[in-house]
Design a protein around this ligand. Sequence first.
Ligand code: SF4
Length: 826
Amino acid sequence: MDTSVDRIAEPWGSRTPYGRHGKWPERVDTYLADGIAPDEVQRWVRAASILHSDGDAMDIAVKDDRMVGVRGLASDRVNHGRLGPKDLFGWQANSSEDRLTRPLIREGGRLVPCDWETAMSRVAARSQDLLDERGPGSIGFYTSGQLFLEEYYTLAVLARGGIGTNHLDGNTRMCTSTAAEALKESFGCDGQPGSFDDIDHADVIALFGHNLPETQPVQWMRVLDRLSGDDPPRLVCVDPRPTPAARLATVHLAPRGGTNVALLNALLHEIIRTGRIDQEYIAAHTVGFDELKKRVADCTPEWAAGICDVPAGAIREAADILGSAERLLSTVLQGVYQSHQATAAAVQINNLHLIRGMLGRPGAGVLQMNGQPTAQNTRECGANGDLPGFRNWENDQHVADLAKVWNVTPETIPHYGPPTHAMQMFRYAEQGSIRMLWISGTNPAVSLPELARIRSILAQDRLFVVVQDLFLTETAQLADVVLPAATWGEKTGTFTNADRTVHICDKAVEPPGEARPDLDIFLDYASRMGFKDKDGAPLVTWHDPESAFEAWKRCSAGRPCDYTGITYAGLRRGSGIQWPCNEEFPEGTGRLYTDGISWAHPDTCESYGKDLVTGASTTVVEYRSLNPDGKALLKAAGYLPPHEEPSEAYPFQLTTGRTIYHFHTRTKTGRAPQLNAAAPDVWVEASAEDTDKLGWREGDLMEVVTPRGSLRARLRVTDIRPGLLFVPFHYGYWDTPAGHGPREGTPGRAANETTVTDWDPVSKQPLFKTAAAALRLVARGEEADNSAPTTAASAPARAGSGTATVGGPTAYASQAYGDKREGSGA
Ligand code: SF4
């Protein structure tokens, strides 16, 4: 029977229970704009979600050349028809009245509209001047996890092969660089081992620092459906906040911030001590077990309990569940990636699977998750600190191979050192060696740590800043040239989700005004700059999304992320396809490592790896002697305390994160009425234990202070771990009078006013989870003053306090089951 549900009040919709090894039932979620009946929709255009990494396939409803809604795609392998709240409502931002419709250039200190010719010739002229005067290292590109594959690949070719700069990175540095690094450290190469289908088969699902219900609501629906069916899985949840997953977990561990390595070493210790390891798998497929065993030998649950402030008995219980799992699925996200010793911790989760032989079989897998919809593509295409096709910058053969694909000399492609990571690029801009920064599809003036510093870097006169975006973001307001970009639904391209599933997004409507697809902007730039190959022919030989995709296929051929068997036509057939997809695997590949470890051999690996504690690089000689046959590497790491511990002046730990209703800096979700109303302003969470002691109440106006800066927010009292504060990082200034930062002398609103410039030594991912902070009462408030969501991890500790989060009449979406469903593909 069809139902209609308020998907703000009930973000995960209704249950469709199923048993272990069963097929997840289909449920088609549809939302159409008020007043639009299904039979009024004139066209349905294929797409996938752009506001998280799940890759939920959908069709965009079009009427009179306008987007009027969305419908989940039942036949797609990822979502079986379901959509999350951001999928259902986020598309409305496309038609916001404040979309950028013309390029802008800075004249006399002000941004003024101009035509494309003026804007692009200014960008090309400055690039050429800098190349002539200062060389390629003076130009940097900072991109996103939200463009399409074709756009990243084009950007990588023009930056690395055309300009010849090593300074190209994505905001995925803040999001998934630890996922990529952990996979490289353990398996020699990036590439998600597991599949979302593993949820159907696992008897234990472990969530490490992963608020699955809010970050990937559709896969959480899948877990909820398993939990309400036969033979449900047991959940182990490691999270300091009371997420919906934590509330349903068999064991919930809420460790002190920055202590993941201690906790994981204790879990490994227990599993090894109790002999719950797969000796045969270890011998056949790994190196390094003895070192790992030695490293965790003293890491007893009691030892870890003293560091993590988690009961030793609970650690033992979790180890028992993980050790006795028949099929274990682990997922990992920012609670690990953005915390202290990020890569070292993420690798211990890979180790857990390797020593238990839990890989390559249905239900046995690791998902080192991504956050952004197209983060995987920045990594594959070489726009996130690696060479395209997961090629190893230290392997001359790989560089020569790439040079052959691009028909350039190997010396053209910078490989004198590791590709520059984002935090270093901003440092170079601060010091003055980078003089032009081209920022596409991201908003560092809200999303990078220590915002006062970032704003001052972007505002320098000597730095030429180009921003390519949909809106006049906080960052765009500081630019010298602003290029209006088309987005999802207004252009065609492909992207790849967190379980290697490639989807196509077709153009449904025209972009507003003169806004252009990012691909067209990059192609225009490449042609103005006259980038040539070694024979004098154009370096960039493609002209539209499909020809760019075909070019990428040639670059990916024979590499782990082999796309050669994928076509646009195939992607339009009714489901996404998991890479590698080639002659050998024409239907794609569900799981990697079904038959041993494929890409860790010294000749093929993407990286020779690093020391997990110091970040020092392993040389090729060391790697060859350690791992001559290319097995998985069991890399151990000792625990080190976080760099900033609470003190008398700053007695709390501060962590930042997100809510189910928003994406990044709210540029899109803040313009979707239902999503914005569900979480309209910043809040700070503290525990009932702490607030009772200090006499603070729900709704009080508080100031969060760290040595870097401060912000003001309403207090939400939750069941978060005592001693810890949480602030969502979505809120900046574009919808405040000040525009791009706090008004002189007024308190901040963005979480990153307070965060620290510090990063993981291995993945270079900034740390957002372990700042020391003070919390002060500014003014008394009422419970009703607090608009923080009551539905998920930010739910109040005392039921009924705060204003209940509901969407009301405009937030009802239909759910169709069985024969009645539409959108079944093809
Ligand atoms: S919100 Fe967090 S997980 Fe999501 S894309 Fe941004 S950094 Fe990544």
